[in-house]
Design a binder for this molecule. Structure first.
Ligand code: AMP
Ligand code: MG
Length: 418
């Protein structure tokens, strides 16, 4: 990476601020090339690779906003009442094909095209039906009322969905309303992952002394799936130079990005470092955040590399803060500022100044509807159950110390990820 120096010159690499690292990572990443045309039913959660312009006005024709009577604004009484003759009906799918003349009205239902000659709709509750197909209306109406004009929602030619949009259910309905059946979406990035560590055993194996199950791979696989990526799970790799070299180069050749967990802490990092430098360019950072201090980021050939720490909570936190935004960018999503909320902490929070803390929290409304947050308990970076119970990170600034109960704090709500 050419401007590697900037991040070392400006900041102490032993405590790289989180926003700086995030900016560096996202600036380095270019979206994958390649696209495919997809039918709407296949396009949910896919990233648009074109601006969608409306081929037509929406609504396509002026229509009634109410069940009532369509008439000419000129026939509205200024004072007293007026009587009109009902000359026909306009129901959904069966518009009135004649013209509404002076002194005439047409019975009309919501969404039905306004007949020729009419420019106003009076809601039925405000109309008095008379014998002989006549109606009486009072003064106090406005010409043009209760009419939805053609193009009022979307004008023909305007951009309704921009390139970089991750398509949501309502977007697909919107496209269908425009008669668009197919969209051009960016190719899904292919992301490889593997765990590192001699202590890791696969599910189904009996654990020997000092061995643990490889849980990170399951968390990461699920996170990548949620992001709509193609996942290539390469298993667990022992702490062995040859095995790692093999895994790294095969992943780099096959994937747009590689995510590993473990092996980036002090000591282990030095070991992996040499290997990675042979294959590409990688930075090892000590981030000013807790949990998840060590992080490696770089490129192995054309493959982006994210080396996450091994502790399961650190994996989730660093993924959420760095890898998810980076992969969204890789997938072609337009950048967006993450949404944070303010909530009152129901409990005191322990915090030492020095690093940004992403504590695991449970965000809820109290009976009064106020946003409150409480801690999930033990905040150790190995306590995965506390991550599993959480629905948000409580973000405590670098300089912040202990927080008393009742204080408003910043939270990142993640209902859909983690
Ligand atoms: P490391 O970063 O490799 O030093 O790992 C830090 C801690 O995370 C150690 O306790 C590891 O046993 C644990 N760990 C590393 N990888 C995994 C994994 N894939 N699943 C569960 N725990 C892990
Ligand atoms: Mg390890």
């Amino acid at each position: 990476m050419s401007d590697r120096a900037t991040c070392h010159d400006d900041f102490d690499p032993n405590s790289l601020p989180v926003p700086r690292a995030l900016q560096f990572i996202t600036e380095k990443i270019a979206p994958v090339a390649g696209f495919e045309r997809l039918f709407l039913r296949q396009a949910l959660d896919r990233v648009l690779d074109e601006d969608i312009r409306s081929p037509r006005d929406v609504p396509p024709f002026a229509n009634s906003a109410m069940d009532g009577y369509a008439l000419r604004g000129d026939d509205l009484p200024q004072a007293g009442t007026a009587e009109l003759t009902v000359v026909g009906k306009a129901f959904a799918g069966h518009p009135f094909t004649g013209t509404v003349g002076t002194g005439e009205a047409v019975r009309i239902m919501t969404g039905t095209p306004l007949p020729e000659g009419a420019d106003t709709v009076i809601m039925q509750e405000r109309v008095e039906p008379l014998p002989g197909g006549r109606i009486r209306i009072q003064a106090g109406h406005r010409a043009g009322e209760n009419v939805r004009q053609a193009g009022e929602d979307i004008a023909a030619g305007s951009v309704v969905l921009a390139r970089g949009r991750r398509l949501q259910p309502a977007d697909l309905g919107l496209l269908a309303s425009l008669g668009i059946a197919e969209v051009r979406c960016r190719r899904r990035p292919r992301v490889a992952l593997f765990s590192t560590g001699d202590e890791l055993r696969p599910l189904g194996a009996t654990l020997g002394p000092g061995e643990i199950y490889d849980s990170n791979r399951y968390t990461l696989h699920a996170l990548l799936t949620r992001l709509g990526l193609e996942v290539l799970d390469l298993g667990a790799v022992p702490d062995d130079r040859a095995a790692l070299a093999e895994a790294l180069s095969s992943a780099a050749g096959e994937a747009d990005a590689l995510i590993t967990s473990g092996g980036v802490s002090v000591g282990e990092a030095d070991y992996v470092k040499g290997l990675l430098e042979e294959l590409g360019e990688v930075h090892f950072w000590k981030l000013a955040m807790k949990p998840g201090r060590p992080l490696a980021f770089g490129q192995l050939g054309r493959c982006y590399f994210f080396g996450l720490p091994g502790n399961p909570v650190s994996v989730a936190a660093t993924f959420y803060q760095f890898v998810a935004p980076a992969l969204r960018r890789l997938a072609g999503e337009a950048p967006r500022r993450p949404l944070t909320l303010r909530a009152v902490t129901l409990e005191p929070l322990k915090k030492r100044p020095g690093r940004v803390d992403f504590q695991r929290g449970i965000l809820e409304n109290d009976e009064a509807g106020r946003l409150t947050v409480r801690s999930t308990g033990n905040q150790g970076s190995h306590v995965l159950s506390s991550m599993s119970r959480a629905n948000c990170f409580i973000v405590l600034d670098q300089d912040q110390g202990d927080v008393p109960a009742g204080t408003e704090v910043t939270v990142q709500y993640f209902p859909d990820l983690l």
